[in-house]
Unconditional design. Structure first.
Length: 370
């Protein structure tokens, strides 16, 4: 099975504390030599940066298996048949549906003149669907590095349950309401928290939600958020874009903020600090800073129950981008959050009616709150 091949090459050239960056998508030998020469010329034009402490040195990297030959060999016909299963299930229930399924093989290699040489190869499959009724819709999505983990029947059943749940929505006045977030909405929330403050750059610049709160309990005690590049239930990633090995890094533990993630540059700004293995790809457009790529919200004390959907607002996520760095595994220990229903969105087609406030508050206490 042939794949469309895309290559991204990034070269860092270091002269003292000056760093030049050049990028290319051409892997031919002559082009690689030109890429190195461009990075060197850019480095010569940069000012000295006393905060740059040098390139990382090699460290042992633990191997993690994340390659499935079934994904590599998956044909367009197989993907179409899988989506067809969902569409037929929807049609049989009297609804219309659309869906997609993508497969990919990707590899990353990082090397530097200090002796770092790291490589990793992985597969990824992603499937999603929207099933639509007359006044409601249901969305479901699944990603894995294993083809057999994607179950079209389960996706269809999930989306069908949501389109039925959201039928005949009711109007509500703007205000604050207790909501139960499903896993997709929880994942969207975690992604926002990750990019808005789980990295050391945001903390050092004073714009993170962690600032002034590290070591404090600011979430429910059942909330534990970790970055784990070796958990094979997600998309494993054993090292970062500097070749620094990953580990299990707690960000929030039993509701207590433990601290951000680091790359080597941000760690060099703080005495005695080491990289946690969270460097993002170098970019000529500027420094993104370290970001957790493998977030997991650990299971809590209870699962998802249907009566929560009957007794409270249920807010579903609008969607998730198809990137490995977005594989935030947020399972059924969902978070509670108060939201203000905007006047421009008074008719909430994705929300179920509040029928019993007391039951709703009890359910929210079971799953925790931010």
């Amino acid at each position: 099975m042939k794949f469309r091949e895309i290559a991204d090459l990034v070269m860092n050239s270091v002269i003292g504390t000056r760093v030049g960056i050049a990028v290319s998508n051409d892997t031919r030998h002559d082009s690689l030599k030109q890429l190195a020469a461009r990075a060197y010329e850019v480095a010569k034009l940069q000012p000295e940066n006393p905060e740059f402490k040098g390139l990382p040195r090699p460290l042992p990297i633990r191997h993690v298996e994340a390659f499935d030959t079934s994904v590599q060999e998956c044909t367009p016909a197989h993907r179409a048949r899988s989506v067809g299963v969902i569409c037929r299930k929807a049609a049989g229930a009297g609804f219309s549906a659309a869906g997609s399924m993508t497969t990919s093989v990707f590899s990353i290699g990082v090397a530097n003149s200090m002796g770092v040489f790291a490589e990793h190869k992985s597969t990824m499959v992603d499937a999603s669907t929207v099933i639509m009724g007359s006044n409601s819709s249901g969305w479901a999505q699944s990603s894995s590095w294993r083809l057999e983990a994607i179950e079209p029947e389960s996706l269809a059943a999930e989306a069908l349950s949501k389109v039925r749940l959201g039928a005949d929505p009711m109007d509500y006045e703007p205000g604050e309401y207790t909501v139960i977030l499903d896993p997709y909405a929880t994942a969207d929330l975690l992604e926002m928290l990750a990019f808005d403050g789980m990295g050391a750059l945001a903390v050092q610049e004073g714009r993170s939600w962690m600032n002034g709160r590290i070591g404090q309990r600011i979430m429910a005690d059942i909330v534990t958020i970790v970055d784990d590049g070796f958990d094979r239930s997600g998309i494993p990633w054993p090292f970062d874009f500097e070749g620094v090995p990953k580990g299990i890094h707690p960000i929030v533990e039993s509701g207590i903020v433990r601290g951000p993630v680091y790359d080597s540059f941000m760690a060099g700004r703080e005495s005695g600090r080491l990289s946690t293995g969270h460097a993002t790809p170098p970019s000529p457009q500027g420094r993104l800073g370290p970001v957790p790529m493998n977030l997991f919200l650990r299971p809590g004390r209870t699962g998802c129950r249907s009566d929560w959907y009957d007794s409270g607002w249920n807010l579903r996520g609008a969607g998730r981008r198809d990137r490995a760095s977005d594989q935030i595994a947020a399972f059924y220990p969902v978070l509670r959050r108060s939201i203000e229903v905007c006047r421009s969105h008074r008719r909430k087609t994705a929300l179920a009616a509040v029928r019993n406030r007391r039951r709703n508050e009890r359910a929210a206490r079971e799953v925790g709150e931010i």
